[in-house]
Design a protein around this ligand. Structure first.
Ligand SMILES: C[S@@+](CC[C@H](N)C(=O)[O-])C[C@H]1O[C@@H](n2cnc3c(N)ncnc32)[C@H](O)[C@@H]1O
Length: 221
Protein backbone atom coordinates (compact mmCIF):
# COMPACT_ATOMS: atom_id res chain seq x y z
CA UNK A 1 0.00 0.00 0.00
CA UNK A 2 2.88 2.37 -0.78
CA UNK A 3 0.44 4.32 -2.93
CA UNK A 4 -0.87 6.02 0.24
CA UNK A 5 1.69 8.76 -0.26
CA UNK A 6 -0.47 9.84 -3.22
CA UNK A 7 -3.35 10.61 -0.86
CA UNK A 8 -1.81 14.06 -0.31
CA UNK A 9 -2.61 14.76 -3.96
CA UNK A 10 -6.18 13.55 -3.46
CA UNK A 11 -6.53 15.77 -0.39
CA UNK A 12 -5.87 18.79 -2.58
CA UNK A 13 -8.99 17.82 -4.59
CA UNK A 14 -11.36 16.59 -1.83
CA UNK A 15 -14.28 15.96 -4.21
CA UNK A 16 -12.18 13.23 -5.82
CA UNK A 17 -10.70 11.90 -2.56
CA UNK A 18 -13.11 9.04 -1.84
CA UNK A 19 -13.12 7.65 -5.36
CA UNK A 20 -9.36 8.15 -5.67
CA UNK A 21 -8.48 6.33 -2.45
CA UNK A 22 -10.79 3.45 -3.40
CA UNK A 23 -8.97 3.08 -6.73
CA UNK A 24 -5.50 3.45 -5.15
CA UNK A 25 -6.19 0.77 -2.54
CA UNK A 26 -8.32 -1.53 -4.73
CA UNK A 27 -11.09 -1.16 -2.15
CA UNK A 28 -8.95 -2.72 0.60
CA UNK A 29 -9.20 0.35 2.82
CA UNK A 30 -12.99 -0.04 2.94
CA UNK A 31 -12.57 -3.55 4.35
CA UNK A 32 -10.04 -2.31 6.94
CA UNK A 33 -12.39 0.48 8.04
CA UNK A 34 -15.38 -1.92 8.21
CA UNK A 35 -13.35 -4.24 10.45
CA UNK A 36 -12.12 -1.44 12.71
CA UNK A 37 -15.51 0.18 13.16
CA UNK A 38 -17.08 -3.20 14.00
CA UNK A 39 -15.71 -2.50 17.52
CA UNK A 40 -18.11 0.44 17.89
CA UNK A 41 -21.44 0.01 19.67
CA UNK A 42 -24.69 1.98 19.62
CA UNK A 43 -24.68 5.03 21.90
CA UNK A 44 -20.90 5.22 22.30
CA UNK A 45 -19.13 8.56 22.11
CA UNK A 46 -16.48 8.51 19.40
CA UNK A 47 -13.75 10.95 18.37
CA UNK A 48 -12.41 10.68 14.79
CA UNK A 49 -9.04 12.44 14.46
CA UNK A 50 -8.28 13.69 10.92
CA UNK A 51 -11.75 12.60 9.82
CA UNK A 52 -11.31 13.95 6.26
CA UNK A 53 -14.39 13.23 4.14
CA UNK A 54 -15.83 11.06 6.91
CA UNK A 55 -14.94 7.49 5.90
CA UNK A 56 -14.69 6.34 9.54
CA UNK A 57 -17.05 8.99 10.95
CA UNK A 58 -19.98 7.84 8.83
CA UNK A 59 -19.36 4.17 9.53
CA UNK A 60 -19.37 4.88 13.29
CA UNK A 61 -22.54 6.98 13.05
CA UNK A 62 -24.26 4.23 11.03
CA UNK A 63 -23.55 1.91 13.95
CA UNK A 64 -25.47 4.32 16.21
CA UNK A 65 -22.52 6.13 17.81
CA UNK A 66 -22.34 9.86 18.57
CA UNK A 67 -19.30 10.98 16.59
CA UNK A 68 -17.14 14.09 16.67
CA UNK A 69 -14.90 14.42 13.62
CA UNK A 70 -12.01 16.87 13.61
CA UNK A 71 -9.80 17.91 10.71
CA UNK A 72 -7.68 20.87 9.67
CA UNK A 73 -8.87 20.76 6.05
CA UNK A 74 -12.17 22.64 5.73
CA UNK A 75 -12.74 21.34 2.18
CA UNK A 76 -12.51 17.73 3.35
CA UNK A 77 -14.93 18.60 6.17
CA UNK A 78 -17.41 20.09 3.67
CA UNK A 79 -17.57 16.75 1.88
CA UNK A 80 -17.97 14.93 5.22
CA UNK A 81 -20.86 17.28 6.09
CA UNK A 82 -22.53 16.67 2.72
CA UNK A 83 -22.18 12.92 3.11
CA UNK A 84 -23.61 13.01 6.64
CA UNK A 85 -26.68 14.91 5.39
CA UNK A 86 -27.14 12.56 2.42
CA UNK A 87 -26.94 9.56 4.75
CA UNK A 88 -29.39 11.24 7.14
CA UNK A 89 -26.86 10.93 9.96
CA UNK A 90 -26.22 14.58 10.75
CA UNK A 91 -27.86 14.28 14.21
CA UNK A 92 -25.15 11.78 15.18
CA UNK A 93 -22.20 13.70 13.74
CA UNK A 94 -20.44 16.90 14.80
CA UNK A 95 -17.64 18.16 12.56
CA UNK A 96 -15.03 20.72 13.58
CA UNK A 97 -12.20 22.43 11.77
CA UNK A 98 -9.64 21.65 14.43
CA UNK A 99 -6.13 20.25 14.56
CA UNK A 100 -4.59 17.71 16.90
CA UNK A 101 -2.79 20.63 18.59
CA UNK A 102 -6.19 21.59 20.04
CA UNK A 103 -6.94 18.18 21.57
CA UNK A 104 -5.97 19.67 24.93
CA UNK A 105 -9.32 21.52 24.90
CA UNK A 106 -11.29 18.25 24.93
CA UNK A 107 -12.82 17.09 28.23
CA UNK A 108 -11.06 14.35 30.17
CA UNK A 109 -12.41 10.77 29.79
CA UNK A 110 -15.14 12.02 27.42
CA UNK A 111 -14.95 9.30 24.75
CA UNK A 112 -15.54 5.56 24.61
CA UNK A 113 -13.63 5.28 21.34
CA UNK A 114 -10.93 7.37 19.65
CA UNK A 115 -10.14 6.44 16.06
CA UNK A 116 -7.92 7.74 13.30
CA UNK A 117 -7.38 6.63 9.70
CA UNK A 118 -4.36 7.73 7.69
CA UNK A 119 -3.82 10.83 9.80
CA UNK A 120 -0.92 9.84 12.09
CA UNK A 121 1.30 9.55 8.99
CA UNK A 122 0.58 13.23 8.27
CA UNK A 123 1.62 14.43 11.72
CA UNK A 124 5.03 15.62 12.86
CA UNK A 125 6.83 13.57 15.53
CA UNK A 126 5.86 16.12 18.20
CA UNK A 127 2.23 16.17 17.07
CA UNK A 128 2.06 12.37 17.21
CA UNK A 129 3.57 12.24 20.71
CA UNK A 130 1.19 14.97 21.89
CA UNK A 131 -1.81 13.29 20.22
CA UNK A 132 -1.17 9.94 21.90
CA UNK A 133 -0.91 11.67 25.28
CA UNK A 134 -4.17 13.55 24.67
CA UNK A 135 -5.97 10.47 23.31
CA UNK A 136 -5.12 8.65 26.54
CA UNK A 137 -6.48 11.60 28.54
CA UNK A 138 -9.77 11.99 26.62
CA UNK A 139 -10.57 8.26 26.50
CA UNK A 140 -12.50 6.81 29.44
CA UNK A 141 -10.85 3.97 31.39
CA UNK A 142 -11.25 0.80 29.36
CA UNK A 143 -11.92 2.88 26.21
CA UNK A 144 -10.71 1.79 22.79
CA UNK A 145 -8.24 3.27 20.32
CA UNK A 146 -8.65 2.25 16.65
CA UNK A 147 -5.88 3.08 14.17
CA UNK A 148 -5.28 2.37 10.49
CA UNK A 149 -2.20 3.93 8.94
CA UNK A 150 0.96 3.73 6.91
CA UNK A 151 3.89 2.47 8.96
CA UNK A 152 7.56 1.75 8.38
CA UNK A 153 8.06 -1.99 7.78
CA UNK A 154 10.06 -3.70 10.53
CA UNK A 155 11.70 -6.15 8.12
CA UNK A 156 14.73 -4.51 6.43
CA UNK A 157 14.14 -6.12 3.02
CA UNK A 158 10.51 -5.04 2.97
CA UNK A 159 11.60 -1.58 4.11
CA UNK A 160 14.06 -1.25 1.21
CA UNK A 161 11.55 -2.61 -1.30
CA UNK A 162 8.76 -0.30 -0.23
CA UNK A 163 11.16 2.65 -0.13
CA UNK A 164 12.10 1.91 -3.77
CA UNK A 165 8.41 1.91 -4.75
CA UNK A 166 7.59 4.89 -2.57
CA UNK A 167 10.46 7.17 -3.55
CA UNK A 168 9.22 8.17 -7.04
CA UNK A 169 5.71 8.64 -5.60
CA UNK A 170 7.11 10.92 -2.88
CA UNK A 171 8.78 13.06 -5.54
CA UNK A 172 5.61 13.30 -7.64
CA UNK A 173 3.52 14.11 -4.56
CA UNK A 174 5.99 16.71 -3.37
CA UNK A 175 6.12 18.43 -6.77
CA UNK A 176 2.33 18.69 -6.85
CA UNK A 177 1.53 19.45 -3.18
CA UNK A 178 4.85 20.59 -1.60
CA UNK A 179 4.15 18.12 1.16
CA UNK A 180 4.29 14.39 1.84
CA UNK A 181 3.39 11.71 4.37
CA UNK A 182 5.75 9.97 6.82
CA UNK A 183 5.25 6.27 7.39
CA UNK A 184 5.10 5.97 11.20
CA UNK A 185 7.98 4.18 12.88
CA UNK A 186 7.37 1.69 15.71
CA UNK A 187 3.70 2.56 16.11
CA UNK A 188 2.66 -0.37 18.36
CA UNK A 189 5.63 0.34 20.62
CA UNK A 190 4.77 4.03 20.80
CA UNK A 191 1.16 3.26 21.61
CA UNK A 192 2.27 0.93 24.41
CA UNK A 193 4.68 3.57 25.69
CA UNK A 194 1.80 6.04 25.80
CA UNK A 195 0.11 3.70 28.28
CA UNK A 196 -2.25 1.60 26.15
CA UNK A 197 -2.68 -2.17 26.05
CA UNK A 198 -2.48 -3.50 22.49
CA UNK A 199 -5.42 -5.81 21.75
CA UNK A 200 -4.71 -6.66 18.11
CA UNK A 201 -2.34 -5.69 15.32
CA UNK A 202 -2.66 -6.65 11.68
CA UNK A 203 -0.26 -5.70 8.85
CA UNK A 204 -0.57 -5.89 5.06
CA UNK A 205 1.77 -8.23 3.14
CA UNK A 206 4.51 -5.60 2.90
CA UNK A 207 4.30 -4.73 6.60
CA UNK A 208 3.62 -1.17 5.48
CA UNK A 209 0.05 -0.72 6.63
CA UNK A 210 -1.20 -1.29 10.15
CA UNK A 211 -4.61 -1.92 11.58
CA UNK A 212 -4.41 -1.65 15.35
CA UNK A 213 -6.82 -1.94 18.26
CA UNK A 214 -5.65 -0.83 21.71
CA UNK A 215 -7.32 -0.24 25.06
CA UNK A 216 -6.79 2.29 27.81
CA UNK A 217 -6.32 0.29 31.03
CA UNK A 218 -9.13 0.34 33.59
CA UNK A 219 -8.45 2.72 36.48
CA UNK A 220 -7.35 0.86 39.64
CA UNK A 221 -10.12 0.61 42.27
C1 LIG B 1 -5.42 10.87 4.25
S1 LIG B 1 -6.62 11.82 4.99
C2 LIG B 1 -7.61 10.58 5.77
C3 LIG B 1 -8.99 11.08 6.04
C4 LIG B 1 -9.92 10.05 6.67
N1 LIG B 1 -9.49 9.71 8.01
C5 LIG B 1 -9.99 8.83 5.82
O1 LIG B 1 -9.45 7.81 6.21
O2 LIG B 1 -10.58 8.91 4.73
C6 LIG B 1 -5.77 12.54 6.38
C7 LIG B 1 -6.56 13.65 7.03
O3 LIG B 1 -5.84 14.07 8.18
C8 LIG B 1 -6.00 15.48 8.27
N2 LIG B 1 -4.94 16.05 9.10
C9 LIG B 1 -3.63 16.17 8.79
N3 LIG B 1 -2.97 16.77 9.78
C10 LIG B 1 -3.88 17.01 10.76
C11 LIG B 1 -3.81 17.63 12.04
N4 LIG B 1 -2.66 18.13 12.50
N5 LIG B 1 -4.93 17.71 12.78
C12 LIG B 1 -6.11 17.21 12.31
N6 LIG B 1 -6.24 16.65 11.09
C13 LIG B 1 -5.13 16.55 10.32
C14 LIG B 1 -5.94 15.94 6.82
O4 LIG B 1 -6.47 17.23 6.66
C15 LIG B 1 -6.72 14.85 6.12
O5 LIG B 1 -8.07 15.18 5.96
Amino acid sequence: MSTYVLMKILESAPCRYDRGIRILTFGRLDKVYDRLTSHIKRGQRVLDIGCGTGALTLRAAKRGAEVKGIDINSRMLEIAKKRSVEANLEQNIELYEMGVAELGNEKEEDYDIVMSGLCFSELTEDELTYSLKQIKRVLRSGGTLLIADEVMAENLLKRILSWLIRFPLIIITYIITQTTTRAVKNLPHRIQEAGFIIESVRYDNMGRFIELVARKPEAPL
